[in-house]
Design a protein around this ligand. Structure first.
Ligand code: SF4
Ligand code: SF4
Ligand code: FES
Length: 258
């Protein structure tokens, strides 16, 4: 059953524009049926239905990983998943959100870990329970080759894990479906940290700047900024060096800050 959107439900601004006549479709949010415009993402459809996000919403742009969602479609036994801010509703989808997934997350001191497979064995030994089923790859909304980076971790190829998982948004969907109860994203974060600490070439510019800071080169400037009032500080901010004008009529001086 579908209906059309009422005129008084039209919305503009940063929301999806809903024009008069947009078809309404039924969806089931945590078991309760709502009619929502068919053009909306799951996130906007939930808001349309009256939900207010306290959890499960962050960037609204497919970056933060806060809006992991699982759903089924009518007449289909499969369990699908996606990001609520990126996935458009479908008629008769049954959905629920995963605001947080309690995957294992271990505290460690990177300085105490070696740059080899024993670091992985020590911090996340469950990594080696992976049965290479590929479920994590299928479920990943970022289209990462998750199973492949797990295989690289088992081989001890920390650099490969770091590079293959670079776009991970820590949504937790992979861990939620893993039959071996591994936690792919925390393991990948460990590998990125290890690679950053031990594998990557050090930045000469960063090292030089750290030395400058340590030598006190900026102490007087920082002290001067700390002594400013809030208004003086705002003025200083507005008078700072601006990026080049990027479009005709763009006037940095007219920009107002709240
Ligand atoms: S879902 Fe789990 S067991 Fe399957 S490939 Fe991924 S990490 Fe391995
Ligand atoms: S690797 Fe896992 S946590 Fe990272 S984006 Fe993919 S599904 Fe989400
Ligand atoms: S709200 Fe950030 S990824 Fe969806």
């Amino acid at each position: 059953m579908t209906t059309t959107v009422a005129k008084n439900a039209m919305r503009k601004g940063d929301k999806t524009v809903i024009v008069e006549g947009t078809k309404m479709v039924p969806i089931f949010i945590m078991g309760k049926r709502y009619f929502v415009p068919e053009t909306l993402t799951i996130q906007k459809a939930m808001e349309y239905a009256g939900y207010q996000f306290v959890r499960s919403c962050g960037c609204r742009g497919g970056i933060c990983g806060a809006c992991a969602t699982v759903y089924r479609l009518e007449g289909d036994y499969k369990l699908y998943s996606g990001l609520a801010c990126q996935t458009v509703v479908q008629p008769n989808m049954y959905l629920a959100q995963i605001p947080f997934y309690p995957a294992n997350k271990v505290a460690y001191n990177i300085e105490d870990l070696p740059y080899d497979v024993t670091a992985i064995q020590t911090v996340y030994p469950e990594t080696f329970r992976c049965v290479q089923c590929n479920t994590c790859t299928k479920v990943c909304p970022m289209d990462l080759e998750v199973m492949d980076y797990m295989a690289a971790a088992i081989r001890g190829d920390i650099q490969a894990v770091a590079e293959m998982s670079q776009s991970c948004i820590m949504c937790g969907l992979c861990a939620s479906r893993c039959p071996a109860e591994t936690n792919q994203y925390n393991l990948a974060e460990l590998c990125r940290r290890l690679y950053g600490r031990y594998g990557q070439k050090k930045s000469e510019q960063v090292a030089r700047r750290v030395e400058e800071i340590k030598s006190g080169k900026y102490d007087a400037m920082i002290a001067e900024l700390n002594a400013l009032s809030i208004d003086e500080f705002k003025n200083r901010y507005e008078e700072r060096e601006w990026e080049p004008v990027i479009s005709e009529g763009w006037q940095p001086k007219e920009t107002k800050y709240l």
